[in-house]
Design a protein around this ligand. Sequence first.
Ligand code: GDP
Ligand code: ZN
Length: 342
Amino acid sequence: MLFYCISLFRVVKFNLKNKNYKENNIKGKIVKIESKDYYVENNIGKVFRCSLRGKFKKDLLKKKDKLTTYDVAVLGDWVEFEIVSGSVGVINKIEIRKNYLSRKAKRLRGSLKRGERLEQIIASNLDTLYIVSSIDSPKFNNRFIDRIIVTAESSHIDVRIVINKSDLEQSKLLAKWENFYSKLGYNVFITSVISLVGIEKLKKSLNGKINLFWGQSGVGKSSLLNAMYPELNFPVGEISEASKKGRHTTVTGIMKLVEKNTYIIDTPGIREIDPYGIKKQDLGYYFIEFGEFIHQCKFNTCIHVHEPGCAVVKAVEEGKISLLRYESYLNLLNTIEDDMFY
Ligand code: GDP
Ligand code: ZN
């Protein structure tokens, strides 16, 4: 009887504990990560500094062992957390991601096995990726744009192109690149922070979405974000370079609520993106205009370089696929050959 009572007491206690655990859980979104601190925002915009519950650390070790991933929780993740005290909490659950943007992580000591690279997730649950470029200073770089397009396409994220500093351009270059990417089917925004061209239009397109901004150094990404949302107050120019370097090692991205249901993710720590996990045979599919030709290639393992009967190469020769895009393709293909397996 005594034994029965003790068992019953234990069951009730366990259930109560479990119930409290569930009831205390709050839904939130990771808006910043600084080494082991995860900043989680609840539905009314309050931010809590959280740690991960111990079980996740074990998961990470297991995954690291298999050399697949780098992070357990990432920027943009929906999580359930409970408050420990004040604005400090602990994350109990990480929801399944809708999508995520990742890149090959830098080679780390000890993480190498047969030349493999880890995957570093930059952010999750994204609606749109904006590639910010400038028409000049620095010069427009279509290779970089194509690389980010491939990264976004392979992650099923809607990608758009911003060509900034339009005030610096007098020739037809602007129209050329606008047409080039529009013809492929991508939305192109022409902007200038100086003459304020295109700012309102860009701002409108962000509405109600989670928008990640990516751009090479100096293209005016911070200036553009400030022009749309002055309250962001991102550092600009040389100051911005200094502070970006300072932040580099700890924060790769930051997420800000700018309007109702509208988020901006800035990625000051991410200057290069090498897409992760793409196989050579699949790369062609992420160049959307190759799609209609790929199925006409003689071999279904065709990687569209020297194979006989390659319909992609034929389309390039006939001018149906742009040589510039094909060069970007070959360039990326080369970087994949440096890696072994995924
Ligand atoms: P980020 O590194 O991409 O964040 O670039 P910043 O916003 O820090 O800007 C780099 C430099 O470009 C700064 O000196 C800005 O004043 C300048 N800049 C930004 N946008 C424009 C623009 O539309 N036109 C011109 N002419 N300069 C710009
Ligand atoms: Zn082919």
